[in-house]
Ligand binder design. Structure first.
Ligand SMILES: [Zn+2]
Length: 465
């Protein structure tokens, strides 16, 4: 397809503070960027797409996903966090081979694109060898999605032979940063995903400093259960290690003071409502984080348990927060958290949390053309009253008709572009079969559960079932 597009006649939600929504407008895309927006643009030589009756939005940003778990879809439907850690992190993760990881990340990234996610934070903590990291990264590149490939420093139950020490993992991250991920303007960029900070603090400090040395964003699971001793945020604050380059995940057990510390440092929080509610991580921190002034984002986290689209995540986070307010107030008179407030969490705020606020996350001239088209003429969106609210409360992934990343259609009028879906499906099924065979089948996942206290400090807060 050509690289000059006029997207004509859509209702446009810009998610940009300086660019008003347009009830009916055009967007001109050239060389991957938005070059003009407005009613009735005249563009000369270009390809025109008629978007009458459609909604045009910035592409959505998933701030937290373990894409490698795609072959494990729904296996953890009834798991608590203890079950999840025992089955996925201890047993299944070491059973992945590089080709499984490629199949998983490709299928998972395409699933995300199909659901309107144009940018993904891939918290890739299944790195058993340099070849694993390469395969996961290659799949993101192959998929067409924009991504932060967050190299996961967490080791399995035993350090692998290929990466036998924490230091060897840091070295492997340096290898990628100096070769395939040297650019800070590529579609796939580098980040670092920390090991949960329940290892010796010296290791956590070294991981954080390594990310700073590489000059890449940091993301870290944080306070998903009560731990004994200082919190992750307290530890980092004590050594001046907080910063705007840190995206904390969950924070369900973070104190208000910790949230203020994150806010003061310019850092951000990723809420993953579905996992948090299911697994017993406590209530999503959405409302407390917003009140503390923290940049707040949303993630799908794991399709091994829950859904992989952000419409569900927005709705769940919103309504849980409202339920909590009603419970606290004894039936609130006013809903403090407005539906439309969820949109920045999956667009501009998420882009800024990743250091990509000038590149993506909203629609305005000068930004990359990362955008999605929703079928506003679908029955579940007709009549279209209050478009922003309808997107949050009523749209679903099936309404995503077209998806553009950096000016290239990843999905066009209902179908993924240049994707051999039969092969993608076959490969992710084969990966599932291979991984499950290596661990003795699905019935063996929770059998002979390992002693989790060797890996994670549950602080006595989470009770084993
Ligand atoms: Zn996670």
């Amino acid at each position: 397809m050509g690289d000059r597009w006029l997207l004509r006649g859509a209702e446009i939600i810009t998610c940009d503070p300086e660019q008003a929504d347009l009830p009916r407008g055009d967007v001109l895309v050239e060389d991957g960027r938005i070059v003009a927006m407005g009613p009735q643009l005249h563009a000369g030589d270009c390809r025109i797409v008629d978007l009458s009756g459609k909604l045009l939005l910035p592409g959505l940003i998933d701030a937290h996903r373990h894409t490698w778990q795609t072959p494990l879809r729904a296996l953890g439907a009834d798991w608590t966090v203890m079950d999840y850690l025992a089955a996925v992190r201890v047993k299944l993760s070491p059973a992945f081979q590089p080709e499984d990881l490629h199949a998983a990340n490709l299928a998972g990234a395409l699933e995300a694109l199909d659901a309107g996610i144009t940018t993904l934070v891939d918290y890739s903590h299944c790195v058993e060898s340099p070849a694993h990291a390469d395969a996961a990264l290659t799949a993101l590149e192959d998929s067409g999605i924009r991504a932060l490939f967050a190299y996961g420093y967490a080791a399995g139950p035993q350090q692998s032979t290929a990466l036998p020490t924490p230091a060897s993992r840091l070295q492997d991250a340096r290898r990628l940063r100096s070769t395939r991920l040297a650019s800070d303007s590529g579609r796939v960029r580098m980040g670092i995903a920390l090991t949960e900070m329940q290892v010796p603090w010296e290791q956590s400090r070294a991981e954080i400093l390594s990310a700073r040395e590489l000059g890449v964003p940091i993301t870290a699971h944080c306070s998903a259960w009560p731990v004994s001793g200082p919190s992750e945020v307290q530890r980092m604050a004590a050594e001046g290690l907080l910063g705007p380059d840190v995206l904390f995940v969950h924070c369900t057990w973070s104190s208000d003071e910790d949230l203020r510390r994150i806010a003061d440092s310019g850092g951000a929080v990723a809420v993953t409502p579905e996992t948090e509610l299911q697994m017993g991580m406590g209530f999503p921190v959405t409302g407390r984080a917003l009140r503390a002034g923290v940049r707040t984002t949303l993630g799908c986290d794991v399709v091994s348990s829950n859904g992989g689209d952000l419409f569900t995540a927005m709705r769940l986070a919103l309504q849980v927060e409202r339920a909590r307010a009603h419970e606290k107030d004894g039936l609130s008179r006013v809903l403090a958290l407005k539906a439309a407030r969820m949109l920045p969490m999956v667009t501009l705020d998420a882009a800024e949390a990743l250091g990509l606020g000038r590149v993506t996350g909203s629609l305005r001239p000068g930004k990359d053309a990362d955008l999605i088209v929703l079928a506003a003429d679908a029955l579940n969106l007709t009549p279209l009253n209050r478009p922003r609210d309808a997107v949050v409360l009523q749209a679903h992934a099936g309404n995503v008709e077209s998806v553009m990343v950096r000016g290239r259609w990843a999905k066009f009028q209902g179908a993924l572009v240049d994707v051999d879906l039969a092969t993608v499906r076959r490969r992710v099924i084969e990966a599932r079969d291979a991984v499950l065979a290596r661990v003795g089948g699905p019935d063996a996942l929770l059998r002979g559960r390992a002693d989790l206290s060797a890996h994670w400090d549950m602080g006595g807060g989470a009770k084993d079932a």
